[in-house]
Design a protein around this ligand. Structure first.
Ligand code: FAD
Ligand code: NAI
Length: 478
């Protein structure tokens, strides 16, 4: 008889492994199946996030930022660097070490929490309905196995979306996978899609010396970001040398032996052709249900291929749940984690909850962009009366000491109640600063609440306090 578990999680990314740990904490017997392989064919849990997403991209962003600082801003601090050179092999090796540390950390955590880990692909057994032990799940990998779970949590993540006629070869035409592992700095790098990956990976390779041209279909830059913040970010990125071509229509993409050419029409409708040494295509991601045998058990997908779920992450099949990138909502690791925790708690009869209104977004460029809540354009569209307050890092003592005074903090608060409706930051350490705004919004704080809280001096967080003060036109340092 197959081994039985209370909960079987398919996928060991941030959605899956966190759901497994939380379910184990709640006293369930739990299995987690993940098929990701490291270069030696061994298990590498952590999913896209750990292997080819959040973690390796942040490692390279950090390394490339150090390189850029050493070349361009150390001198201002009185530090002369002679003979600066790039050791890309070492940089990529360090990134791989950081990834491995995270893989190993997750394996350790699963073990510590007594989660049974299976390395292989999990799939529903064709047309087999759940019995008293739940659904049987086939595991194909190093060893064939079948296990069953009273509850199944699907957390199979997403894959990079391809452009028709330009399949990823990871040599010339790169998804995030190849973009994180180029063995040399391309002289000319093309990026299709000025979204999160395009800007982060474009920044990495620009800092390391590539001429980067970004081709974006939409006429507006970072349409989901507050317009004022996006405008400021565009100005700063352009100044850094990132070429941002908006409103383009991509035509034929041809990969030669060493180069790739992209035909497109620019925003004026003029035909253009650009030739690149490498091309990153980052035009969004598609949910991954390959190999699950969803159709075999009648698991419903929505019209865009996501597993259809309700607000509680329940699928159309009893006791089958789905979380993370494979379901609707933002494709973010922390969203996947929150859903994983909430599902484990719901299985235990608790009231797991994910507040979609307070999920922060961060783009880890330099300066970073971070936000939570609604943008000014959304508030206008929703007909909400609001007050806005901004404070530039130029007037913040810590930012001056750091040598990074670009950007601002912006608060949006309800005109009548003063409740914070959105906070938007472009500037140094925006990824850390946004947490205060998330906490404030979760507790439904007013702008005045933040304005009256003592913030350490000198700190970047004083810009947050000052922006909150600016909502009532009483900023003190600007
Ligand atoms: P995944 O992380 O994709 O994990 C799914 C796992 O399931 C994978 O290991 C996969 O191999 C496995 N799997 C799939 N099918 C099966 C099967 N049938 N059987 C067994 N295993 C299976 N988000 C952020 O919040 N912050 C960031 O800074 C950030 N940076 C990113 C940078 C890049 C370049 C990319 C591509 C993404 C980034 N993301 C970031 C997004 C983030 O990686 C995803 O939102 C997150 O990984 C989703 O988690 P998940 O658990 O849903 O899926
Ligand atoms: P994205 O959705 O952020 O951006 C895709 C961009 O490509 C958009 O601007 C879109 O208009 C453009 N585009 C789409 N089709 C196009 C076409 N045919 N020609 C030209 N441009 C086109 O997607 P991206 O950058 O691929 O990232 C995927 C997801 O991964 C993100 O949405 C995010 O959820 C996650 N991610 C999160 C990060 C973070 O939190 N810091 C970092 C990287 C990825």
């Amino acid at each position: 008889m197959s081994k039985q578990f209370d909960v079987v999680v398919i996928g060991g990314g941030p959605g899956g492994y966190i759901a497994a740990i939380r379910a184990a904490q709640l006293g369930f017997s739990v299995a987690c199946i993940d098929e990701w392989k490291n270069e030696k064919g061994g298990p590498a849990p952590g999913g896209t996030c750990t292997n080819v997403g959040c973690i390796p991209s942040k490692a390279l962003l950090q390394s490339s930022e150090h390189y850029e600082h050493a070349g361009h801003s150390f001198a201002e601090h009185g530090i002369d660097v002679k003979g600066l050179s790039l050791n890309l092999g070492q940089m990529l090796g360090r990134k791989n070490t950081v990834v491995k540390q995270n893989n190993d950390g997750i394996l350790f955590l699963l073990k510590k929490n007594k989660v049974s880990f299976f390395h292989g692909r999990g799939s529903f057994v064709k047309a087999v309905k759940a019995d008293a032990h739940g659904y049987p799940i086939n595991i194909t990998g190093a060893a064939e196995d079948t296990i069953s779970g009273k509850h199944i949590v699907i957390a199979t993540g997403s894959n990079a979306r391809e452009l028709p006629g330009a399949a990823f070869d990871e040599k010339l035409i790169l998804s995030n996978v190849g973009a994180l592992a180029m063995d040399g700095v391309p002289k000319k790098l093309g990026v299709i899609g000025a979204g999160v990956i395009g800007l982060e990976m474009g920044s990495v390779w620009r800092r390391l010396g590539a001429e980067v041209t970004v081709l974006e279909a939409l006429p507006t830059f970072l349409g989901a970001v507050d317009e004022q913040i996006a405008k400021e970010a565009r100005k700063l990125f352009t100044k850094q040398g990132l070429v941002l071509n908006l409103g383009v229509k991509i035509g034929k993409i041809t990969a030669g032996k060493k180069e790739v050419s992209v035909e497109y029409t620019d925003e004026n409708g003029t035909a253009q052709k650009a030739v690149f040494d490498k091309l990153i295509i980052s035009i969004g991601r598609t949910p991954n249900t390959i190999g699950l045998n969803a159709e075999g058990v009648g698991l419903a997908l929505d019209e865009r291929g996501f597993i259809a779920v309700d607000n509680d992450c329940k699928t159309n099949l009893a006791n089958v749940w789905a979380v993370g990138d494979v379901v609707r909502g933002p494709m973010l690791a922390h969203k996947a984690e929150e859903e994983g925790v909430a599902v484990a708690e719901r299985i235990a009869g608790q009231h797991g909850h994910v507040n979609f209104n307070t999920i922060p977004w961060v783009i880890y460029t330099s300066p970073e962009i971070a936000w939570v809540g609604r943008t000014e354009q959304q508030l206008k569209a929703d007909g909400v009366a609001y007050k806005a307050g901004t404070f530039p890092f130029l007037a913040n003592g810590r930012a001056r000491a750091l040598g990074d005074t670009s950007g601002m903090v912006k608060f949006l608060a309800d005109a009548k109640t003063d409740e914070i409706l959105g906070v938007h930051i472009v500037g140094p350490m925006a990824s850390e600063l946004i947490s205060e705004a998330v906490v404030a919004m979760e507790f439904r704080a007013s702008a005045e609440d933040i304005a009256r809280i003592c913030h350490a001096h000198p700190s970047l967080s004083e810009a947050t306090k000052e922006a909150a003060l600016a909502v009532d036109k009483r900023a003190l340092n600007f």
